[in-house]
Design a protein around this ligand. Structure first.
Ligand code: ADP
Length: 243
């Protein structure tokens, strides 16, 4: 679903060159839930932006749903992005002057769909994130958790197969953060490929696989999912105890 081959990303400024990613090889399967963890500045957001075609590598290649991103123009990349990837960011990035429902509809409006095409999906998503009764509120009339739920719904408007989340609970209290993590898990359970960037090992451990980044390199890959562990426990008990 997402493949990175020898990916490098360097940023040049007047003072120095920053090598944010230094040779990343990573393959994420369809329907996987992967967390990327590492200290601040280790390259997590840069990596997520490359996976979502928001940015391009200075070396190496990113392949998204079988398509190499290096051969596409900016316009083509925008089109691939809009149909393939949904993003959730730490700062909710809602459009201030329009309602929750209009924010959720925005990707469909930008894709020139007719209201009759997208309205049922907007209604379904408002229900999914439990905001139907607050659909007409402006972003500044919603709590942080509610705003992030709107942003989450907006990421799904075009029904993308891939959901990328960059510290989605970073600005939320524990309860609101749990709500967003539950939505991410539900999205994964529904068959989406989910990639979560976080510096919080507790949140990362809800994924099936954790990719550890440091100084722009992958230092470790672990499979800690409690859900998987619970399943393994059940299977082991089942194997050893026929009764
Ligand atoms: P993380 O998400 O792990 O905090 P980032 O991917 O944001 O890390 O950044 C990795 C490195 O690249 C950092 O040293 C950061 O300062 C640098 N960096 C990120 N974006 C830019 C940019 N647009 N221009 C220059 N340097 C950048």
């Amino acid at each position: 679903m997402i493949e990175l081959c020898a990916v490098e990303r360097a940023y040049d400024s007047d003072e120095a060159r920053v090598n944010a990613l230094r040779g990343i090889d990573l393959s994420i399967d369809k329907g996987e839930f992967v967390a990327i963890i590492g200290p601040s500045g280790s390259g997590k957001s840069t990596l997520l932006h490359l996976m979502g075609a928001l940015d391009q590598p200075t070396a190496g290649d990113v392949v998204l749903c079988g398509r190499s991103l290096s051969t596409h123009s900016r316009k083509e990349l925008a089109r691939i992005r809009s149909t393939t990837v949904g993003f959730v960011f730490q700062a909710f990035n809602l459009v201030p002057g329009i309602s929750a429902a209009e924010n959720i509809a925005l990707p469909a409006v930008l894709a020139r769909k007719r209201p009759s095409e997208y309205q049922p999906e907007v209604d379904r998503l408002l229900d999914l994130v439990d905001l139907t009764i607050k659909r007409n509120r402006l972003p500044n009339q919603l709590s942080g958790g509610e705003q992030q739920r709107v942003a989450f719904a907006r990421a799904l408007t075009m029904d993308p197969p891939i959901l990328l989340a960059d510290e989605p609970t970073g600005n939320l209290d524990t309860k609101a953060g749990e709500g967003i993590m539950d939505l991410l898990e539900a999205s994964h359970d529904a068959g989406r490929t989910v990639v979560l960037v976080t510096h919080d090992l507790r949140l990362a451990s809800r994924a099936q696989r954790i990719v550890h980044l440091r100084d722009g390199r992958i230092t470790n890959v672990t499979c800690p999912s409690p859900r998987n562990r619970a399943l393994e426990d059940i299977l082991e008990v089942g194997d050893g105890d026929p009764g």
